[in-house]
Design a protein around this ligand. Structure first.
Ligand code: AKB
Length: 316
């Protein structure tokens, strides 16, 4: 039986991952942790620890006490916030990861750390971005993501630590809002479409990025940690994809359900520049071949589900 610790459990991915992990492995076998003292609905019904990723001693104590064998590391300063505070981004994203890698080496647990489309840069081939290609990101977030991929590879090759990870697209979800990313518009648009019938987008029309619906993001995280390790050649940086669109295509899909919906633009130059340096659409064939990755949602099924779930939630 797995004993799991989720770090960054109150964030966009963590708050939904904890619920799914508890369904699969049992409530008491999944400890949620975050720096927050107030626990969001959905994860308050199971074990919770206040943990700072920079406090190795406290993390070690919780891991030893609970005989943790798997850690999901979802703590990250995202791309746009990172540009406003590069030192914080490095300290949290890399300082925190090094702490966990050292603990994993000593205490022998498996470690999931997500990378991102942010690990690519303007010199990367933007269409069907290959699994192995040029990675020269121009954001501090991207620098931490490439460094993280390499560090996880290093700890696996040098010390045998069971590190695994995927390169996430922008994640679209309806439980916890994302914070400080470049792809956040693709979540915000749904709230504004339902509340106001109108959305002002901070990313220019014509900017394509990979996106993924949360149930697929959760599936990717769990499936890769369950995968047969002998089949994994890329371990820490699998491209995973399910849909790619620009704001106009997403708006047109929403209009099929809300015909009067309107989009206009007020561009955030920092986010626009970041988005422009990222791929349009990744090739995820390595993940499909090495551990059977298959997403369940496309643009049309994601949009339908988002609007249904959010309409109910926002009515309350
Ligand atoms: C961001 O926009 O910073 C994140 C990401 C794509 O990693 N959502």
């Amino acid at each position: 039986m797995k004993k799991i610790l989720v770090m960054g459990a109150c964030g966009q991915i963590g708050s939904e991952l904890v619920v799914e992990l508890r369904k699969r492995y049992g409530r008491d076998n999944v400890i949620a942790s975050d720096i927050r003292t107030e626990v969001p609905q959905g994860i308050e019904d199971g074990p919770y620890e206040i943990l700072n990723i920079l406090d190795s001693d406290k993390i070690a104590e919780v891991i030893k006490q609970n005989e943790i064998d798997t850690v999901y590391n979802l703590v990250a300063v995202l791309s746009a916030v990172g540009e406003a505070n590069p030192k914080l981004s490095w300290d949290i994203n890399i300082g925190g990861l090094v702490n966990l890698l050292e603990l994993a080496r000593e205490l022998k647990f498996a470690l999931f750390t997500p990378s991102s489309i942010g690990a690519f840069g303007p010199e990367t081939p933007p269409d069907n971005t290959p699994q192995d290609t040029i990675q020269r990101p121009t954001t501090i977030y991207g620098v931490t993501k490439v460094s993280g991929e390499l560090l996880c590879d290093y700890y696996f090759n040098r010390f045998g630590v069971d590190t695994r990870g995927v390169r996430y697209p922008g994640i679209i979800s309806n439980v916890t809002l994302p914070g400080g990313g470049t792809t956040d518009y693709a979540v915000d648009i749904f709230y504004k479409a339902i509340e106001n019938g109108k959305f002002t987008c901070n990313i220019p029309a014509g900017t394509f990025m990979d996106m993924m619906y949360m149930p697929d993001a959760i599936k990717a995280a769990i499936d890769i940690m369950e995968a047969d390790p002998t089949k994994l050649k890329h371990r820490n940086c699998f491209n995973v994809a399910s849909m790619s669109f620009d704001p106009e295509i997403l708006a047109a899909e929403i209009k099929k359900h809300i015909p009067n919906f309107e989009i206009d633009y007020d561009i955030d130059e920092v986010r626009a520049k970041i988005a422009n340096s990222w791929p349009n659409k990744m090739d995820d064939s390595a993940a499909r071949e090495e551990w059977g990755w298959t997403p369940e949602y496309d643009l049309s099924s994601m949009t339908k589900d988002m609007l249904e779930v959010l309409s109910k939630k926002l009515q309350k």
